[in-house]
Design a protein around this ligand. Structure first.
Ligand code: SAM
Length: 237
Protein backbone atom coordinates (compact mmCIF):
# COMPACT_ATOMS: atom_id res chain seq x y z
CA UNK A 1 0.00 0.00 0.00
CA UNK A 2 1.40 3.48 -0.86
CA UNK A 3 2.19 5.70 2.16
CA UNK A 4 -0.89 7.58 3.37
CA UNK A 5 -0.63 11.38 3.27
CA UNK A 6 -2.44 12.90 6.24
CA UNK A 7 -5.16 15.33 5.13
CA UNK A 8 -5.40 18.85 6.65
CA UNK A 9 -8.39 17.55 8.67
CA UNK A 10 -6.34 14.61 10.00
CA UNK A 11 -3.62 17.05 11.05
CA UNK A 12 -6.10 19.39 12.75
CA UNK A 13 -7.68 16.48 14.67
CA UNK A 14 -4.29 15.03 15.64
CA UNK A 15 -3.11 18.44 16.89
CA UNK A 16 -6.34 18.76 18.92
CA UNK A 17 -5.62 15.48 20.69
CA UNK A 18 -1.96 16.33 21.15
CA UNK A 19 -3.11 19.52 22.93
CA UNK A 20 -5.64 17.91 25.31
CA UNK A 21 -3.70 14.68 25.90
CA UNK A 22 -2.21 15.54 29.35
CA UNK A 23 -5.70 15.99 30.89
CA UNK A 24 -7.61 13.61 28.57
CA UNK A 25 -8.33 10.84 31.11
CA UNK A 26 -9.30 13.24 33.90
CA UNK A 27 -11.63 15.20 31.61
CA UNK A 28 -13.28 11.98 30.38
CA UNK A 29 -14.04 10.88 33.94
CA UNK A 30 -15.46 14.28 34.87
CA UNK A 31 -17.60 15.00 31.79
CA UNK A 32 -19.06 11.47 31.67
CA UNK A 33 -19.46 11.17 35.48
CA UNK A 34 -17.26 8.07 35.18
CA UNK A 35 -19.78 6.22 32.96
CA UNK A 36 -17.26 6.01 30.11
CA UNK A 37 -15.54 3.16 32.00
CA UNK A 38 -18.83 1.22 32.07
CA UNK A 39 -19.38 1.86 28.34
CA UNK A 40 -15.97 0.39 27.46
CA UNK A 41 -16.61 -2.59 29.77
CA UNK A 42 -19.91 -3.40 28.03
CA UNK A 43 -18.32 -2.93 24.60
CA UNK A 44 -15.51 -5.40 25.31
CA UNK A 45 -18.04 -7.98 26.58
CA UNK A 46 -19.22 -8.18 22.95
CA UNK A 47 -15.88 -9.90 22.17
CA UNK A 48 -16.56 -12.90 24.42
CA UNK A 49 -16.48 -15.33 21.46
CA UNK A 50 -12.94 -14.24 20.52
CA UNK A 51 -10.38 -16.90 21.55
CA UNK A 52 -8.68 -16.09 24.90
CA UNK A 53 -5.20 -15.58 23.39
CA UNK A 54 -6.51 -13.83 20.28
CA UNK A 55 -4.73 -10.92 18.60
CA UNK A 56 -6.68 -7.71 19.23
CA UNK A 57 -6.07 -4.32 17.63
CA UNK A 58 -7.35 -1.27 19.52
CA UNK A 59 -7.58 1.45 16.94
CA UNK A 60 -7.48 5.17 17.88
CA UNK A 61 -6.35 3.74 21.22
CA UNK A 62 -5.58 7.12 22.81
CA UNK A 63 -4.36 6.57 26.36
CA UNK A 64 -5.30 2.85 26.10
CA UNK A 65 -8.36 2.69 28.38
CA UNK A 66 -10.03 0.36 25.87
CA UNK A 67 -6.93 -1.86 25.45
CA UNK A 68 -6.59 -2.11 29.24
CA UNK A 69 -10.24 -3.17 29.49
CA UNK A 70 -9.58 -5.91 26.90
CA UNK A 71 -6.72 -7.17 29.08
CA UNK A 72 -8.93 -7.04 32.20
CA UNK A 73 -11.53 -9.25 30.52
CA UNK A 74 -9.12 -11.36 28.43
CA UNK A 75 -5.72 -11.37 30.17
CA UNK A 76 -4.13 -13.68 27.58
CA UNK A 77 -5.07 -11.48 24.61
CA UNK A 78 -2.23 -10.15 22.45
CA UNK A 79 -2.86 -6.41 22.19
CA UNK A 80 -1.75 -3.80 19.68
CA UNK A 81 -2.81 -0.15 20.05
CA UNK A 82 -2.65 2.29 17.14
CA UNK A 83 -3.21 6.05 17.20
CA UNK A 84 -2.39 9.16 15.21
CA UNK A 85 -1.42 11.32 18.20
CA UNK A 86 2.07 10.79 19.59
CA UNK A 87 1.09 12.70 22.75
CA UNK A 88 -1.79 10.29 23.44
CA UNK A 89 0.53 7.34 22.77
CA UNK A 90 3.12 8.82 25.14
CA UNK A 91 0.56 8.85 27.96
CA UNK A 92 -0.58 5.36 27.02
CA UNK A 93 3.03 4.16 27.28
CA UNK A 94 3.32 5.54 30.83
CA UNK A 95 0.03 3.94 31.92
CA UNK A 96 0.98 0.59 30.41
CA UNK A 97 4.40 0.68 32.07
CA UNK A 98 2.82 1.48 35.46
CA UNK A 99 0.56 -1.57 35.18
CA UNK A 100 3.13 -3.72 33.35
CA UNK A 101 0.48 -4.23 30.66
CA UNK A 102 1.76 -5.88 27.48
CA UNK A 103 0.42 -3.69 24.65
CA UNK A 104 2.43 -2.89 21.53
CA UNK A 105 1.87 0.73 20.47
CA UNK A 106 2.02 1.98 16.91
CA UNK A 107 1.69 5.53 15.57
CA UNK A 108 -0.57 4.98 12.54
CA UNK A 109 -3.68 6.37 10.86
CA UNK A 110 -6.88 4.31 10.79
CA UNK A 111 -7.15 5.02 7.07
CA UNK A 112 -3.98 3.03 6.22
CA UNK A 113 -2.98 0.48 8.83
CA UNK A 114 0.56 -0.92 8.76
CA UNK A 115 -0.62 -4.50 9.30
CA UNK A 116 -1.00 -7.47 6.99
CA UNK A 117 -4.40 -8.68 5.82
CA UNK A 118 -6.18 -10.99 8.26
CA UNK A 119 -3.75 -10.45 11.15
CA UNK A 120 -6.24 -9.85 14.01
CA UNK A 121 -9.04 -11.81 15.69
CA UNK A 122 -10.76 -8.62 16.81
CA UNK A 123 -10.52 -4.89 16.23
CA UNK A 124 -11.88 -2.37 18.72
CA UNK A 125 -12.25 1.39 18.45
CA UNK A 126 -13.79 3.56 21.17
CA UNK A 127 -14.84 7.14 20.49
CA UNK A 128 -12.39 7.09 17.60
CA UNK A 129 -14.25 6.35 14.38
CA UNK A 130 -15.97 9.75 14.29
CA UNK A 131 -12.50 11.32 14.30
CA UNK A 132 -11.61 9.51 11.09
CA UNK A 133 -12.84 11.92 8.39
CA UNK A 134 -13.06 9.14 5.77
CA UNK A 135 -14.60 6.66 8.20
CA UNK A 136 -15.60 4.29 5.38
CA UNK A 137 -11.89 3.93 4.54
CA UNK A 138 -11.27 3.27 8.25
CA UNK A 139 -13.99 0.58 8.33
CA UNK A 140 -12.53 -1.07 5.21
CA UNK A 141 -9.09 -1.14 6.86
CA UNK A 142 -10.59 -2.73 9.98
CA UNK A 143 -12.19 -5.38 7.80
CA UNK A 144 -8.95 -5.98 5.87
CA UNK A 145 -6.84 -6.64 8.97
CA UNK A 146 -9.47 -8.95 10.52
CA UNK A 147 -9.34 -12.71 10.02
CA UNK A 148 -12.44 -14.39 8.57
CA UNK A 149 -14.92 -14.63 11.43
CA UNK A 150 -13.04 -11.88 13.29
CA UNK A 151 -15.14 -9.25 15.03
CA UNK A 152 -15.07 -5.47 14.99
CA UNK A 153 -16.38 -3.64 18.04
CA UNK A 154 -17.01 0.07 17.61
CA UNK A 155 -18.06 2.19 20.59
CA UNK A 156 -19.32 5.63 19.62
CA UNK A 157 -21.71 8.40 20.57
CA UNK A 158 -25.04 8.36 18.81
CA UNK A 159 -28.36 10.19 18.54
CA UNK A 160 -30.92 9.27 21.23
CA UNK A 161 -34.28 8.37 19.62
CA UNK A 162 -36.36 10.11 22.34
CA UNK A 163 -36.83 13.79 21.44
CA UNK A 164 -36.94 14.83 25.12
CA UNK A 165 -33.80 12.89 26.07
CA UNK A 166 -32.12 14.24 22.95
CA UNK A 167 -32.84 17.82 24.10
CA UNK A 168 -31.49 17.22 27.62
CA UNK A 169 -28.42 15.45 26.27
CA UNK A 170 -27.83 18.16 23.63
CA UNK A 171 -28.00 20.90 26.23
CA UNK A 172 -25.40 19.19 28.39
CA UNK A 173 -23.27 18.13 25.45
CA UNK A 174 -23.11 21.44 23.60
CA UNK A 175 -23.55 24.04 26.32
CA UNK A 176 -21.90 22.56 29.41
CA UNK A 177 -19.43 19.89 28.36
CA UNK A 178 -17.09 22.14 26.28
CA UNK A 179 -16.91 24.57 29.22
CA UNK A 180 -15.93 21.84 31.65
CA UNK A 181 -13.41 20.50 29.11
CA UNK A 182 -12.10 24.06 28.71
CA UNK A 183 -11.79 24.59 32.46
CA UNK A 184 -9.78 21.39 32.94
CA UNK A 185 -7.57 21.56 29.86
CA UNK A 186 -7.60 25.28 28.99
CA UNK A 187 -8.68 24.18 25.49
CA UNK A 188 -12.41 24.84 25.15
CA UNK A 189 -12.14 24.95 21.34
CA UNK A 190 -10.82 21.38 21.30
CA UNK A 191 -13.90 20.25 23.25
CA UNK A 192 -16.17 22.20 20.91
CA UNK A 193 -14.58 20.21 18.08
CA UNK A 194 -15.35 16.97 19.94
CA UNK A 195 -19.02 17.83 20.45
CA UNK A 196 -19.38 19.08 16.86
CA UNK A 197 -17.89 15.84 15.56
CA UNK A 198 -20.62 13.92 17.43
CA UNK A 199 -23.32 16.08 15.85
CA UNK A 200 -21.94 15.38 12.38
CA UNK A 201 -21.63 11.63 12.91
CA UNK A 202 -24.27 9.31 11.35
CA UNK A 203 -27.03 7.86 13.52
CA UNK A 204 -27.13 4.13 14.34
CA UNK A 205 -29.09 3.17 11.20
CA UNK A 206 -26.80 5.11 8.86
CA UNK A 207 -23.70 3.71 10.56
CA UNK A 208 -25.02 0.15 10.22
CA UNK A 209 -25.41 0.79 6.47
CA UNK A 210 -21.82 2.10 6.31
CA UNK A 211 -20.49 -1.01 8.07
CA UNK A 212 -22.36 -3.21 5.59
CA UNK A 213 -21.03 -1.14 2.68
CA UNK A 214 -17.50 -1.68 4.04
CA UNK A 215 -18.18 -5.45 3.89
CA UNK A 216 -19.10 -6.43 7.46
CA UNK A 217 -21.70 -9.15 8.06
CA UNK A 218 -24.01 -9.68 11.03
CA UNK A 219 -23.90 -5.99 11.89
CA UNK A 220 -25.76 -5.11 15.06
CA UNK A 221 -25.94 -2.27 17.53
CA UNK A 222 -26.33 -2.26 21.31
CA UNK A 223 -27.50 1.07 22.67
CA UNK A 224 -26.77 2.37 26.16
CA UNK A 225 -28.11 5.24 28.28
CA UNK A 226 -31.12 5.87 26.07
CA UNK A 227 -29.08 5.86 22.87
CA UNK A 228 -26.34 8.32 23.88
CA UNK A 229 -23.78 5.69 22.93
CA UNK A 230 -23.87 2.56 20.77
CA UNK A 231 -21.67 -0.49 20.48
CA UNK A 232 -21.67 -1.47 16.82
CA UNK A 233 -20.40 -4.95 16.04
CA UNK A 234 -19.82 -6.78 12.81
CA UNK A 235 -17.96 -9.81 11.55
CA UNK A 236 -15.61 -10.31 8.62
CA UNK A 237 -17.42 -12.87 6.44
C1 SAM B 1 -11.76 10.54 21.72
S1 SAM B 1 -10.18 9.80 21.62
C2 SAM B 1 -10.52 8.12 22.08
C3 SAM B 1 -9.35 7.45 22.72
C4 SAM B 1 -9.61 6.08 23.32
N1 SAM B 1 -10.02 5.13 22.33
C5 SAM B 1 -10.62 6.12 24.43
O1 SAM B 1 -11.52 5.27 24.47
O2 SAM B 1 -10.47 6.97 25.32
C6 SAM B 1 -9.94 9.66 19.88
C7 SAM B 1 -8.56 9.19 19.47
O3 SAM B 1 -8.55 9.01 18.04
C8 SAM B 1 -7.27 9.36 17.58
N2 SAM B 1 -7.37 9.60 16.13
C9 SAM B 1 -7.95 10.65 15.52
N3 SAM B 1 -7.91 10.49 14.19
C10 SAM B 1 -7.30 9.30 13.97
C11 SAM B 1 -6.95 8.59 12.78
N4 SAM B 1 -7.26 9.05 11.56
N5 SAM B 1 -6.32 7.41 12.91
C12 SAM B 1 -6.00 6.92 14.15
N6 SAM B 1 -6.29 7.56 15.29
C13 SAM B 1 -6.93 8.74 15.20
C14 SAM B 1 -6.89 10.56 18.41
O4 SAM B 1 -5.51 10.83 18.39
C15 SAM B 1 -7.44 10.15 19.78
O5 SAM B 1 -6.46 9.50 20.55
Amino acid sequence: MPPYALTPRNIQIRDNFDAIAPKYDLTNRVISFGIDLHWRRVAIRQLRDVKPDGAVLDLACGTCDMALEVLRQQPAARLVGADLSRAMLGLARKKLAAGAAPVTLVNAPAEALPFRDASFDAVTIAFGIRNVPDFLAGLKEMLRVLRRGGRACILEFSTPPSRLWWKVYNYYFFKILPRIGGLITGREAAYRYLTDSVALFPDAGEFKAAMEEAGFAGVSCLTMNGGIVCVHTGVRP
